[in-house]
Design a protein around this ligand. Structure first.
Ligand code: PHE
Ligand code: ZN
Length: 881
């Protein structure tokens, strides 16, 4: 493990390498504990650089076992090798030269899952961001691009499959039960996109014919016997390929596209050129094991990694500060894909829910950083929702500012101008400026200024003057390292409605630019006047969440109910319902803390139930309306001195009041929203299941026995319904015989299936209340618990810390102390995973003083421990600052 050196990398220090890498030729002799890697690298000095400069290559836990310069041994005086670097001096001044570097690595001992490692008996690599340097000494940075030839030699019986990037060149026997295969990737790529997979796997095959008529072989590799479960992923892949041609004009560029599913993986998936490696959770699905959410995730992640082929691979990042160049844009592309495949407003609602529950707390806490950061201590810690999701929102805003056609011209220009290059956010923005003629200087602040802008709005209507005046103000919160900030360019979609729901169109607008329905807020404060408004308008602001801000706009319950009923933008309808409900949830938390009986506004309950039974709305939308803000959302909105128990109790009380008032509605939905016929994962069927299960959740609030939930568990014929029933049994009636029996049944039924057992762990980790910690400690002793498997750790420890405020945040602080111990333990094996789970503590300062004190002590316990990885050291330092 790399322990912390305290070293910080700055964007301002960027400079190109002294040497240009022309070609890479790798030979792997695979062995579980002693894999020999021979790297032949051809370099020449870059024009205009120092002729004497040594070549310095990156390494990580490497030992050099051979070094040749142009096939001749290099004398000890000419080089220096440590675990972290290889320096070679006195290299040719202008002629190209070849270095042959040999290293021996141990895949079996690689528990970090970075570099070459073993999972489920197969060899697999993960190189982003800095994993390649754990394989061989290399200029391991994204602006070093070269074509790769890869030769793989391995035991034939154990590894019938030998895969790498690009096109297959050929293979043959290699004596003594071994064989070899050669691959060539003609597209110059950075080392982080390198991949190698070897082992024995089953395959699902298909083909795709591109727009220009080329046939591409598609292969998805999974564990033997699981082939049928890759069918949905294959279908999603073909739809992604087609969509990228139609929407962005992007065609695939190799003869073969492969996906390999592995069970030990730190992230979701990886876009290695022509050879994506996936966490099997995002490949494998059938009704028996996958929920509707799983299907949606598979579709989105398959698309995401495929889309990287152009946004990330063909055009890559100059340095890791530019991570959002590929991630923000690619998330935007996968969001658009899913919106086109499913329901656009429902997709948008899910995105905004996710953004607010994950990115807003990051942006509002100690880990806040700009979408394009300027320094880092550990790059692994910057694969964040800010880089990904806020990065996507910023891309979406460019599309909003330019409109569909100019945005398309901008992306066309980007693909044209920068194909084959490693570029920056500035290069990206310039393409949209050149395509549109619009100055995006002020807009670019979205990349540089961290924090969620707060926009305050208030409106007054002047009946005599038939005008509506809107005062807008923007405030940028202080974030770590950024105390003063400039006003941003904030594109607010908006509409004005009459009391009868008709759209009101102003005759003219002064005080701000308004293009179509986009109002441009560019100053700190702006007064906008809408002329020719015949009656008092109801303002719908930030339609479709056109900009990722916090909005403070006091609107009457009546106006919000009107939006919830008449808005043509269904996202805005949903937002209005949430806004109507939120004050009730906040007050409920305060009342519960004081021991006062909780109440709920009738206007909110009426609007909610009206939406729930409105047959003109799609079921998936109605389900989203019924899903109240989470306890974490309420905590964030309360903004400090938070008591998780009171928040939980208040929210439960509101749920019970709605359940009571809507008993008939929910009973009818539960009875009528069945999905007839055989199971289908399509969006419409998933929507019906979501609505039925939302109704079921309310019904279980008023039920005081587990009978209905048990019946639902017994009747379920798919994982969505089965896990929904199990969740209700376990969360609502944890101590009953029914809950215990269902948990046991689920366990026995799916013991062989790791992905389903993860759900079994996760459901239990989220059981509210102080007793859950002991349950978790008990579960960790069971044979199914595997400390080395990231999915399992995330399911149990991650779910507990991220999604169980009352259990994790129990008043005696035992949850925080438990986490601290776990982090120290995980860090020894897998620093990335440890650091990721530790971010669950990022909002500790919002807790009431007693809990905050416990949380701080637990963090200090980590802080004081010796031998921390850079990953954990970086997070704990920033969280405590
Ligand atoms: N680049 C991967 C993705 O977006 C994420 C990833 C990062 C995977 C680092 C592994 C390691 O989808
Ligand atoms: Zn990505």
């Amino acid at each position: 493990m790399r322990t912390d050196t305290g070293q910080i990398v700055y964007l301002a220090d960027y400079r190109p390498t002294d040497f240009v890498l022309e070609r890479v030729d790798l030979t792997f002799e695979l062995h579980p504990t002693e894999t020999k890697v021979e790297a032949r690298l051809i370099f020449h000095r870059r024009e205009g650089t120092d002729r004497q400069a040594p070549l310095v290559l990156d390494g990580d836990e490497l030992t050099l076992s051979g070094l040749l310069l142009d096939q001749t041994e290099v004398s000890a005086a000419q080089y220096e090798a440590t675990a972290e670097s290889l320096t070679v001096r006195d290299l040719p001044e202008s002629a190209p030269f070849e270095l042959t570097i040999t290293t021996i690595i141990n895949p079996e001992a690689n528990t970090q899952l970075m570099g070459l490692y073993r999972t489920g008996g197969i060899y697999c690599t993960q190189c982003e961001a800095e994993g390649f340097r754990r394989i061989t000494y290399f200029p391991d940075r994204p602006d070093v691009l070269a074509p790769y030839t890869v030769n793989i030699i391995a035991d034939k019986a154990a590894n019938p499959l030998l895969l790498s990037n690009g096109n297959f060149l050929g293979g043959a026997g290699y004596g003594e039960g071994k064989h070899f295969a050669a691959w060539f990737d003609p597209h110059p790529k950075p080392s982080y996109l390198f991949a190698l997979v070897a082992g024995d796997l089953g395959v699902v095959e298909d083909t795709f014919v591109t727009a220009s008529g080329r046939e591409v072989a598609l292969k998805i590799y999974v564990e033997h016997g699981k082939e049928p479960r890759a069918a949905y992923a294959m279908d999603a892949l073909k739809r992604s390929m087609k969509w990228d041609e139609e929407r962005f004009g992007r065609e695939y560029d190799l003869d073969i596209f492969m996906i390999v599913a592995v069970s030990d993986f730190n992230m979701g998936a990886m876009e290695n050129k022509g050879l994506n490696v996936f966490n099997d959770k995002y490949v494998l699905a059938d009704p028996e094991i996958a929920t509707d959410a799983d299907y949606a995730n598979i579709e989105a992640i398959i698309a995401h990694e495929y889309f990287h082929n152009w946004t990330g691979n063909r055009i890559t990042c100059r340095d890791w500060f530019q991570l959002c160049l590929k991630e923000g844009l690619t998330v935007y592309r996968d969001h658009e894909f899913s919106a086109d495949q499913r329901s656009r407003p429902v997709k948008r609602i899910a995105e905004v829910r996710h953004l607010k529950s994950e990115q807003f707390p990051e942006d509002g806490g100690p880990l806040a950083h700009p979408v394009r950061p300027t320094k880092y201590r550990e790059i692994n810690n910057f694969y964040t929702t800010t880089v990904y999701e806020k990065g996507s929102e910023v891309t979406r805003m460019i599309a909003t500012l330019l409109g569909r056609d100019l945005f398309k011209q901008g992306t066309d220009l980007y693909f044209d101008r920068h194909d084959g290059q490693a570029v920056t956010i500035e290069d990206f923005i310039k393409c949209f400026e050149d395509a549109s003629g619009r100055d995006l200087t002020q807009f670019s602040l979205w990349y540089h200024q961290a924090g969620t802008p707060l926009v305050t709005a208030s409106g007054t209507y002047d009946a005599g003057g038939r005008s509506f005046t809107l005062s807008l103000e923007q405030m940028m919160p202080v974030t770590p390292g950024q105390t003063t900030k400039e006003p941003m360019h904030i594109p607010l979609r908006m509409a004005l409605f009459a009391e009868d729901g008709a759209l009101l169109t102003p005759t003219s607008v002064t005080g701000a630019e308004l293009t179509d329905d986009v109002l441009h807020l560019t100053e700190r404060a702006q007064t906008v006047v809408f002329h020719g408004i015949p009656s008092r308008p109801v303002l719908s602001l930030n339609r479709s969440f056109s900009t990722p801000i916090n909005l403070q706009f006091s609107q009457s319950a009546g106006d919000m109910a009107l939006i919830a009923r008449y808005e043509t933008d269904h996202f805005a309808r949903w937002q209005a319902l949430i806004d109507l409900g939120l004050p009730n949830l906040l007050q409920a938390a305060r009342d519960a803390r004081q021991g006062i009986a909780v109440t709920c506004d009738a206007a909110f309950v009426d609007a909610l139930l009206a939406a729930a039974k409105d047959e003109s709305l799609e079921p998936a939308f109605r389900a989203q309306a019924l899903a109240l803000p989470s306890e974490a959302d309420i905590a964030r909105e309360l903004g400090g001195d938070n008591d998780p128990d009171a928040i939980h109790a208040g929210r439960q009380a509101i749920l019970a009041l709605i359940a009571e008032a809507g008993k008939d509605v929910f009973t009818a939905l539960y009875d009528n929203m069945q999905t007839p016929g055989p199971f289908s994962p399509d969006a419409a069927s998933a929507g019906r299941r979501a609505l039925r299960n939302a109704a079921f959740t309310y019904l279980s609030q008023s039920d005081n026995a587990p009978a209905r939930a048990k019946a639902a568990y017994d009747a379920a014929n798919n994982m969505t319904d089965l896990s929904a029933a199990l969740t209700i049994l376990a969360h609502r009636f944890p101590e009953t015989a029914e809950a215990k029996a269902a948990l046991e049944n689920f366990h026995d039924r799916f013991a062989e299936n790791a992905l389903v057992i993860d759900k079994w762990f996760a459901i239990q980790a989220a059981i509210p209340g102080a007793a859950t910690l002991e349950r978790i400690q008990g579960l960790m002793e069971t044979p199914l618990f595997k400390r080395t498997n990231p999915n399992r750790m995330r399911a149990l420890v991650g779910t507990f810390a991220f999604a169980n405020p009352t259990g994790f945040g129990r008043a005696d602080g035992a949850g925080y102390r438990f986490l601290a111990q776990e982090i120290l333990d995980i860090d020894q094996r897998n620093p990335q995973l440890a650091a990721r789970i530790l971010t669950s503590m990022r909002s500790w300062r919002l807790l009431e003083p007693v809990r905050a004190d416990h949380a701080r002590s637990a963090l200090m316990q980590i802080e004081r421990a010796g031998g921390l990885s850079t990953d954990v050291r970086d997070i704990v330092d920033r969280i405590l600052k």
